[in-house]
Design a protein around this ligand. Structure first.
Ligand SMILES: [Zn+2]
Ligand SMILES: [Zn+2]
Length: 287
């Protein structure tokens, strides 16, 4: 068995080990050095947010048992995708794949903020009134399915090495838990880190109730995309401790914190014009 076969075979175990390892580290860090006080009890948050994660894992497993890695094995075996077609050297193909998949995730995130119907699904992630490691994995099942389909399409076109897909899934999952962490990072370290990656302070801006802030900092891994596409905001206007997190209209704990409320959240209220073009908070902003 070569390395790729090994990775493909033990993919679930490898990913779960990283998930639990990073989750525990972040949870301990949040206890040791929290950035903000939570507005509702951690027990209540975690039972419901992790309940949703558990539900999503079951749905994904049932619908797509082979997941993204299975798709990568299929495209590699059949020589599909640009990287297979052009016979790109392995190491280069891994790097290109990881960077390109991260770019697609960025675009997908912009998309779910731009189209009102998709925003309804993505609201579940944003309606969380607090921000901690469990927010990072809190998505509506339909958005999770949509993400997987977009990932399949990306893999078919790109033809990434199987290893690159496994590594990317681990990085994405780990980074989502890291940058949603309710953790205090020394400001100097934050400044250096965010030259390359998305830090907790950088992504927290995206969870602000203010439209222009929530429609910024869409990146999950590399901070490059927001800088490149003009969607970068350095800090929240009210500061990290005072800024309001969540969505203006939704505060009822039954709706935003209970699992049942999260599942029905996309289907309540009229489809409004909420979309990415509401970025006009600052009067001095000429563009
Ligand atoms: Zn978002
Ligand atoms: Zn987020």
């Amino acid at each position: 068995m070569d390395f790729s076969d090994f990775i493909a075979k033990y993919e679930v175990t490898i990913r779960l080990s990283f998930f639990f390892g990073i989750f525990i580290l972040m949870a301990l860090w949040e206890i040791k050095a929290p950035r903000r006080a939570l507005t509702i009890s951690k027990l209540m948050r975690w039972t419901n947010n992790l309940g949703l994660v558990f539900l999503n894992s079951i749905i994904l497993r049932l619908l797509f048992p082979a997941a993204a890695v299975g798709m990568a094995v299929f495209t590699t075996d059949n020589g599909w995708g640009l990287l297979n077609y052009f016979d790109v050297p392995f190491a280069l193909a891994v790097i290109i794949s990881i960077v390109f998949m991260d770019f697609v995730i960025y675009l997908q995130h912009v998309l779910v903020h731009a189209a009102p119907t998709l925003w309804r699904l993505h609201r579940v992630h944003h309606a969380d009134p607090d921000y901690d490691v469990t927010t990072g994995t809190r998505f509506h099942p339909i958005e999770i399915i949509l993400s997987m389909l977009i990932k399949f399409a990306t893999i078919v076109v790109l033809g990434p090495p199987v290893v690159a897909v496994v590594v990317f899934e681990i990085i994405l999952n780990g980074m989502a838990m890291f940058n949603h962490g309710n953790v205090k990072l020394p400001l100097g370290l934050d400044r250096i880190l965010r030259l390359i990656v998305v830090t907790p302070d950088m992504h927290r801006v995206h969870h602000s109730v203010e439209d222009n802030e929530t429609n910024s900092n869409f990146g999950f891994n590399l901070s490059l995309w927001d800088r490149l596409f003009g969607t970068y905001i350095e800090q929240p206007r009210d500061g990290h401790e005072k800024m309001k997190i969540g969505i203006h209209k939704y505060h009822d704990p039954k709706q935003v914190s209970w699992l049942s409320g999260m599942l029905t959240l996309p289907f309540i209220g009229k489809i409004t014009g909420y979309a990415i073009n509401r970025r006009e908070w600052s009067k001095s902003d000429e563009s």
